[in-house]
Unconditional design. Structure first.
Length: 397
């Protein structure tokens, strides 16, 4: 794994359960639609490092980040947060002003394009002029006549994104620069991934059941994937990586778009073994959008947690990053902060409602100002409803 890819992925990677919540906090939180009527208006108003928190609902919008490192995050995930194009001939999202990895779009569904396939049709997301944001835990479904992603210069990072039932154009087209796909699933689309630029990374990803091809064109770093049952799995220079497989992933129900993995799926624990890419439950990474989570059981019956709990971070001591896990017995408003030895807040990791269950949040060792935290003793504090708990951790260099 090359150093550039490590920096790109590890600097932005936050693997969590449930998958749709987590983002670095910015200087302020702007709420849509209570404070700003639309996401686009919130983007115009917000400043770098702000967070735009989007309530459940259907939004007809065109998003332009204007070069600012702003986090747009769904409050409750892609199943209930839908973005449709305001103009069928324009992208829903445009990144064309040197946006960094700190510009993020998290936990939304993009759908609603209904064009007849025509040359020059817009993509749903367009990346030009060194736009290189992070797109995380998003769903792209039921679109016709447009690419979901078109990269012309530099490249975005996609983490745990799902693409299904899109037709009329490749799901992803890379014509310059690069793209990184990590733990994504592409299924039942007309075309898969089209590459004219080989300087790209695809890892821990499933490409299945595409009518035409899975991967078109050479990809410089293509490994630990499952490419299966496409019209043609690989064409025009595309070849499987050393650890790639081509087997039925055993989705729970792909016809009805339930892309969870069944017990016994060949994608379970078969992703890249690098520990940085472990699943949120700390097991080796699975291949695909969903990771297989063993049920918590008492006897033969599944059980939900009965109380709040904050676990010791892992690894500890750590460098450069560590994972913090905690348990919620019910949906709750959660705040998780990293605090220094004199009680000052170093990093606000999350301030949002979360669903019941075990959650895993990564601290990448950066402060709220984006600088690297110094070596030493830190504390992390969880506040969830009336529950408050603090633990100690050690950052070493």
């Amino acid at each position: 794994m090359n150093n550039r890819w490590c920096r790109a992925v590890f600097g932005a990677l936050v693997l969590i359960a449930p998958l749709f919540i987590s983002a670095p906090s910015g200087a302020a939180t702007v709420r849509v639609p209570t404070e700003k009527q639309s996401i686009s208006k919130a983007l115009q108003f917000a400043q770098a490092r702000d967070t735009i928190l989007v309530a459940p609902g259907e939004y007809t919008d065109l998003l332009n980040y204007l070069g600012k490192a702003i986090v747009v995050i769904s409050e409750a995930g892609p199943a209930v947060t839908i973005i449709k194009p305001m103009d069928q001939y324009k992208p829903v999202g445009t990144f064309a002003s040197v946006e960094s990895r700190g510009a993020m779009l998290i936990g939304v569904t993009i759908t609603g394009y209904t064009l007849d396939p025509t040359p020059g049709a817009p993509p749903a997301l367009e990346f030009t002029n060194r736009g290189s944001p992070t797109i995380k835990n998003c769903v792209f479904r039921d679109n016709r006549g447009v690419m979901m992603v078109r990269v012309a210069d530099d490249g975005p990072l996609f983490i745990r994104c799902l693409f299904y039932n899109n037709s009329g154009a490749p799901v992803i087209g890379v014509f310059g620069g690069m793209i990184t796909l990590l733990n994504c699933t592409i299924d039942r689309c007309e075309y898969g991934v089209f590459m004219q630029s080989v300087d790209c990374e695809i890892r821990n990803t499933i490409i299945s059941n595409c009518h035409s091809y899975g991967v078109h064109g050479a990809v410089s770093q293509f490994d630990w994937n499952n490419v299966w049952n496409n019209g043609v799995n690989y064409e025009e220079g595309a070849v499987p990586g050393l650890h790639d497989v081509s087997v039925n992933p055993l989705y729970v129900d792909d016809v009805n778009h339930d892309y969870r993995l069944q017990p016994g799926s060949p994608c379970i624990n078969m992703g890249d073994p690098n520990p940085y890419l472990n699943d949120p439950d700390s097991t080796r990474g699975d291949i695909g959008y969903w990771y297989y989570q063993l049920p918590t059981a008492v006897g033969d019956e599944e059980s939900l947690p009965t109380g709040f709990a904050l676990d010791q971070n892992y690894p500890n001591p750590f460098n450069p990053s560590t994972h913090i896990s905690f348990v919620l017995p019910r949906r709750a408003r959660v705040r998780l902060d990293v605090i220094n030895a004199v009680g000052g807040t170093v990093r606000s990791l999350i301030d949002a409602p979360l669903s019941a269950g075990r959650q895993v949040i990564e601290w990448d060792g950066l402060t709220d100002q984006g600088t690297r935290a110094a070596s030493g003793v830190y504390f992390y504090r969880l506040v969830a409803d009336d529950f408050v708990s603090t633990r100690k951790m050690v950052l070493i260099k």
